[in-house]
Design a protein around this ligand. Structure first.
Ligand code: FAD
Ligand code: NDP
Length: 489
């Protein structure tokens, strides 16, 4: 075994959103920092570069493919606005190549940034030897020992294969593969009903592919369920098929190469069957803790979730070892929270600040064909916490101006603001379903973080004509029973 440098102030395991942010911040504040990152190829053999899930197989390629699908919708709108459009075809290969080239440029950018900040980067797979030392193995089998005063674990997670289903591993793909396919996935079955499933099904449908989503229970568990229903209603109106209350039992490859999927209808108990070109498992993610030898360092995990137990300071059971991002128990699996947690941790380690990450009121957006942005409590959570009589919900069905000329159906464009009933009616949650929901929600998230009340939102002057201004015009309460459909300007 080759002895590596053993004198880092900080060693970060995992070069994804959280790890890179933490490493760069600590280096900028004068620490001697190393990052180790290694991508285990997916079971289908897909591999990628530095930057973690978000850059390579998550947010970035997903949003770009979502954009490709939205463009298809705009092309359909265009003739209403006077554009003469020839029959339009979509070419997966061109899109995928462009998306992959962008991702590769980001991989390169991350390497340059590490170099500029003098962070030492090792492309090795790390596991603990003891509480201050890790051993990393490179692709060629070469081993390197690294030790540090502080160690941050930011190894994220990987898609979960439902291996109990015959043929799942052999014939299925996951979000680790879909963005790197050279050819169109064709007719696709997406299994699962959360962010990944609905977002992928949304853009596949938008690109003109025959797409079915298999939901075993409810869509978007944990989100406001009225909003979730509207999300899937809109997707169905755009052509996504839904098989509800079903779970797959078998996948087989037919002689013509197609995949035959057998599933069970959980209500009737009956079996059914269909053929697809691709089966995409979007059945959740597993934290990357299994190969870290955490027991050698004494780092405790939750045996059920396999995630690392941390306190408010992101400290594990060992005082100089920390965990941030998707691998840490109880944290939202989102890029901006991993980044902020990493930066704040670095600042604390460098004595620059004592601020800890505030995981309350984290905004998020589900990039489905009609985007769903939210921040704060769902209506169900607000009622459970405060009691129905203490919660006031203001809501509106609105029509985005751009939908009018294009004669688009806006039945699912909906906003609701969940407030305390007692004046000045503190805003507990905001839910926005419509175009550019991420952009809209980001701004209001600041207000909610600052403790905005319903009264203050109503005094906020709108920007006309936008969809966001509808938030500042929410006058109808659910309790009133009045029609919440916005009419006129
Ligand atoms: P990661 O980014 O996963 O990085 C972990 C890194 O550690 C990886 O490079 C991994 O290969 C490496 N690693 C693991 N084990 C080892 C080891 N033993 N040694 C060395 N290296 C190791 N979030 C959003 O906010 N917005 C979105 O729109 C969004 N879209 C998403 C879409 C999809 C399809 C998916 C799957 C996720 C999406 N997310 C989104 C979630 C977001 O990508 C993650 O929350 C975020 O990347 C987590 O960052 P992290 O630093 O915890 O881990
Ligand atoms: P989730 O854990 O959120 O959801 C898993 C889904 O798979 C659920 O619908 C679950 O159903 C279903 N499921 C699990 N096992 C089976 C099975 N055996 N058969 C059928 N269905 C099954 O995982 P995701 O991968 O969607 O997302 C992981 C995280 O990534 C999210 O929590 C999010 O934080 C992040 N992310 C963020 C995005 C964004 O910000 N826009 C986009 C994508 C991901 P059930 O409810 O019945 O258990």
């Amino acid at each position: 075994m080759e002895a590596g440098r053993q004198d880092y102030d900080l060693l970060v395991i995992g070069g994804g959103s959280g790890g890179l942010a933490c490493a760069k911040e600590a280096a900028q504040l004068g620490k001697k920092v190393a990052v180790v990152d290694y991508v285990e190829p997916s079971p289908q053999g897909t591999r990628w570069g530095l930057g973690g899930t978000c850059v390579n197989v998550g947010c970035i390629p997903k949003k770009l493919m979502h954009q490709a699908a939205l463009l298809g919708g705009m092309i359909q709108d265009a003739p209403h606005y006077g554009w003469a459009i020839q029959p339009v075809l979509h070419d997966w290969r061109t899109m995928a190549e462009a998306v992959q080239n962008h991702v590769k440029s980001l991989n390169w950018g991350h390497r340059v940034q590490l170099q500029d900040r003098k962070v030492k980067y090792f492309n090795i797979k790390a596991c603990f030897v003891n509480e201050h030392t890790v051993c990393g193995v490179a692709k060629d089998g070469k081993e390197t020992l690294l030790s540090a005063e502080h160690i941050v674990i930011a190894t994220g997670g990987r898609p979960r294969y439902p291996t109990h289903i015959e043929g799942a591993l052999e014939y299925g793909i996951t979000s680790d593969d879909i963005f790197w396919l050279k050819e169109s996935p064709g007719k696709t079955l997406v299994v699962g009903a959360s962010y990944v499933a609905l977002e992928c099904a949304g853009f596949l449908t938008g690109l003109g592919l025959d797409t079915t989503v298999m939901i075993r229970s409810i869509p978007l568990r944990g989100f406001d369920q009225q909003m979730s229903s509207l999300v899937t209603e809109y997707m169905a109106s755009q052509g996504t098929r839904f098989l509800r209350g079903c779970t797959p039992s078998r996948v087989r490859r037919l002689p013509d190469g197609q995949l035959q999927v057998t599933w069970e209808d959980l209500t009737s108990g009956k079996e059914d069957m269909g053929t697809f070109n691709t089966v995409l498992w979007a059945t959740g993610r597993i934290p990357e803790t299994r190969s870290l030898n955490l027991e050698k360092a004494g780092v405790n995990i939750n045996p059920n979730s396999q995630k690392i137990l941390v306190d408010a300071q992101e400290t594990t059971s060992i005082p100089h070892i920390y965990a941030i991002g998707d691998v840490a128990e109880g944290r939202p699996e989102l890029t901006p929270t991993a980044i902020m947690a990493g930066k704040l941790l670095a600042q604390r380690l460098c004595g620059q600040s004592s601020d800890v990450m505030d995981y309350d009121n984290v905004p998020t957006t589900v990039f489905t064909p009609l985007e769903y942005g939210c921040v704060g409590l769902s209506e169900e959570e607000a009622v459970a916490r405060h009691g129905e009589e203490h919660v006031e919900v203001y809501h509106a069905y609105y029509k985005p101006l751009e939908f009018t000329v294009a004669e688009r159906d806006a039945s699912q464009c909906y906003i609701k603001m969940v407030c305390l009933r007692k004046p000045p009616q503190l805003v507990l949650g905001l839910h926005f379903l419509g175009p550019n929901a991420g952009e809209v929600t980001q701004g209001f998230a600041l207000g909610i973080k600052c403790g905005a009340s319903y009264v203050q939102v109503m005094r906020t002057v709108g920007i006309h004509p936008t969809c966001a201004e509808e938030v500042a015009k929410l006058r109808i309460s659910k309790r009133s029973g009045l029609d919440p459909t916005v009419t006129g300007c």
